[in-house]
Design a protein around this ligand. Structure first.
Ligand code: PLP
Length: 401
């Protein structure tokens, strides 16, 4: 008998498990709208041209495979903070930003969570309801207590701004608010600029700290600056923030695991201390991060021509998603004779759309229509093409009623 007898079977991951089920389905009609990864109009994975170009350049220059420092590649850390805050940001000029490279968005959030556990023990992190499923796992595993704040109003399939504000107000002073920088996952519902201003006012008044998760910079609107405006708003007000970044979506570097954790703090001295402690947390976890993705980002951002090419490709990806979003809305509106208002589909932003389908209805999507999606009613529009919009609309309407 094995000494591992007491180990029970873990449940399938609610997001990655969807892809596994999709692979097993032999129907020709099948469609994978589960995982948030960009597909071309032919529904194939895509490597950006600018990434291939950077990789060719890297190969030619014959870079070695020595360890990176614990904090990662210096050129990457500089580039990533500048992309986030803007190169002429006062916090960068005043050396008030502690940036260390992380294992994409997830690993960077995990470093931030470990830092909170160590330096703000007992402080509760407030997370939107709903949110990306892994947020809860990350804070649970880091031993950080968390609670939900209200975010989504099923009646309007929009933001529950009043509920959100009330929950931020009622959280104990000095709590940590996890905010999606843009393109909220899974709802696709973001606060307006005016609402962001009010959120910042209240967080400041309550002496809370914002922890931004920026997984879709440039991918939501097509503009890196516009998608970072929520974070920049807080920083310009002189508020201290934590920010996790990911290059999975906007540069398509999913498997390279490249991202960063940034602490924007009040003094250069505090930034140096925070950086040293982030390194101390990273060292026993994984020693030092991988270099390939970091070099790609540093090369692309460091070369004006490649940077422009990246922006063009990002706009193309964001644009394709907007096109299928529009087509899906058109199909739903023309096919649904009930008079239901589907305009929420158009108002949502980013890779995802929250359809409002409940678990049983989402099951119908999969069991009857071979459409794979998470059970919270989220579909990834990045996995959809124009040719499949009509089929998807039929399936949604069939499942709804
Ligand atoms: N945060 C959010 C909100 C996400 O949607 C994702 C990916 O789906 C991530 C973080 C992290 O992704 P990665 O670890 O691939 O950067």
């Amino acid at each position: 008998v094995s000494r591992f007898e007491q180990v029970t079977m873990a449940p399938a991951d609610p997001i990655l498990g969807v892809s596994e089920a999709f692979k097993r389905d032999e129907s020709e009609k099948k469609l994978n709208l589960g995982v948030g990864a960009y597909r071309t109009e032919d529904l194939q994975p895509m490597v950006l041209e600018v990434v291939k170009k950077a990789e060719r350049k890297m190969l030619e220059s014959g870079e070695n495979k020595e360890y990176l420092p614990i904090e990662g590649l210096a050129a990457f850390n500089k580039a990533t903070a500048e992309l986030l805050l803007g190169a002429d940001n006062a916090a960068i000029k005043e050396n008030r930003v502690a940036t260390i490279q992380g294992l994409s968005g997830t690993g960077s959030l995990r470093l931030g969570a470990a830092f909170i556990q160590r330096y703000f023990p007992g402080t509760t992190v407030y997370i939107s309801n709903p949110t990306w499923g892994n947020h809860m796992n990350i804070f649970n595993d880091a031993g950080v207590p968390w609670k939900h704040y209200r975010y989504f109003d099923p009646k309007t399939v929009g933001l529950d701004f009043e509920g959100m504000m009330a929950d931020i107000e009622n959280a104990p002073d000095g709590s940590i608010m996890l905010l999606h920088g843009c393109a909220h996952n899974p709802t696709g519902v973001d606060p307006t600029p005016e609402q962001w201003e009010k959120i910042a006012d209240l967080i400041e008044k309550k002496n809370h700290m914002a922890f931004f998760d920026v997984a879709y910079q440039g991918f939501a609107s097509g503009s890196l600056d516009q998608d970072a405006s929520s974070v920049r708003r807080f920083v310009e007000r002189g508020m201290e923030v934590l920010v996790a970044q990911s290059y999975s979506k906007n540069l398509g570097l999913y498997a390279e695991r490249i991202g960063a954790i940034n602490a924007v703090v009040s003094s250069a001295d505090a930034a140096a201390r925070v950086r040293s402690q982030l390194k101390r947390i990273a060292r026993p976890m994984y020693s030092n991060p991988p270099c390939h993705g970091a070099r790609i980002v540093a090369n692309v951002v460091g070369d004006a021509k490649m940077f422009d090419e990246w922006r063009a490709e990002m706009q193309e990806m964001a644009g394709r998603i907007k096109t299928v979003r529009q087509r899906l809305f058109d199909e739903l509106s023309s096919k649904d004779k009930s008079g239901k208002d589907w305009s929420f589909v158009l108002k949502q932003i980013g890779m995802f759309s929250f359809t409002g389908l409940n678990k049983a209805q989402s099951d119908n999507m999969t069991n009857k229509w071979h459409i794979y999606m998470t059970k919270d009613g989220r579909i990834s529009l990045a996995g959809l093409n124009l040719a499949k919009c009509e089929y998807l609309a039929d399936a949604i309407i069939d499942s709804y009623y």
